[in-house]
Design a protein around this ligand. Structure first.
Ligand SMILES: C[S@@+](CC[C@H](N)C(=O)[O-])C[C@H]1O[C@@H](n2cnc3c(N)ncnc32)[C@H](O)[C@@H]1O
Length: 247
């Protein structure tokens, strides 16, 4: 699958807001798990690396209202536009900035600026080990010396069916039986068809990276990070890791 097609894939998804509407509940749950890892202090500065349409803002809005500063970076103009629009709609635009930039090029921010850097399902789309190392080194320079890096990347256990099954269950627990029926029959079939199966194909063909737990740890060690915590999220289809820089 060509690079052009995969870029258009996100771009069309962001602009049409299909990305927001079709994302499975299990994806939102993974974002909630990311937020749960953040230090409890107010006034943190957070970089969302590969922010896409800024979905994470939905889960950070309370922390932002209490003083967090959010910066998003994405390769795609449509992602930057949607992130800024979302910030306006949520009424938090004064503490949100977003730039178009490539994570594999030097990034437009001061070194050691951020308390927290998050990469939620973004670095795995960099196809080679070398590119991901470059991106990790760039992110490392932006992180304060005791800063926290939280990454979520797909695992080799990525399974569209399991993600949808877990999402139905999560919607039922959170929003009730009727909502789960609507999602199960009217939304998630499209989630699977347009979203999850495409991603699974990209992972199987190794165009994008799916990790074993050991590969994830090794890659991060190689980039100069020490793991504080690694857990499975996304119905066992991804790893969430919290890292600090090896001093
Ligand atoms: C699966 S989306 C995830 C978006 C968001 N983090 C989320 O969880 O909703 C992957 C994002 O990574 C971005 N991305 C991929 N390669 C990038 C690069 N080299 N520099 C910046 N962003 C990149 C894509 O544009 C896309 O928005």
């Amino acid at each position: 699958m060509g690079n052009f097609y995969s870029k258009r894939y996100w771009s069309v998804g962001f602009q049409s807001r299909l990305y927001d509407r079709l994302s499975p509940e299990s994806y939102f749950e993974s974002m909630r798990r990311v937020v749960a890892q953040l230090p409890k202090e107010k006034f943190l500065s957070l970089l969302d690396a590969g922010c896409g349409s800024g979905l994470l803002l939905n889960f950070l809005q309370e922390a932002i209202r209490e003083g967090m500063d959010y910066t998003g970076i994405d390769l795609l103009e449509s992602g930057v536009g949607q992130t800024l629009l979302r910030a306006q709609e949520l009424g938090i635009a004064d503490r949100v900035s977003c730039f178009q930039s490539d994570l594999t090029s030097p990034l437009p921010a001061n070194t050691e600026k951020f308390d927290v850097v998050v990469g939620h399902f973004s670095l795995y789309t960099l196809a080679t080990d070398e590119l991901r190392q470059v991106a990790l080194k760039n992110l490392s320079t932006l992180l304060k010396s005791k800063g926290l890096l939280v990454l979520v990347n797909p695992s080799i256990g990525y399974d569209a069916d399991l993600i949808v099954d877990q999402s139905i269950q999560l919607v039922r627990e959170r929003y009730g039986f009727f909502s789960s029926l609507v999602k199960q029959y009217f939304i998630f079939p499209f989630t699977k068809l347009i979203g999850l199966r495409f991603i699974q194909k990209q992972l199987n063909s190794k165009s994008w990276k799916a990790y074993t737990r050991e590969e994830f740890s090794r890659e991060m060690e190689h980039a100069g990070f020490k793991a504080l915590h690694v857990e499975e999220v996304y119905a066992g289809g991804a790893f969430l890791g919290c890292f600090v820089r090896n001093q």
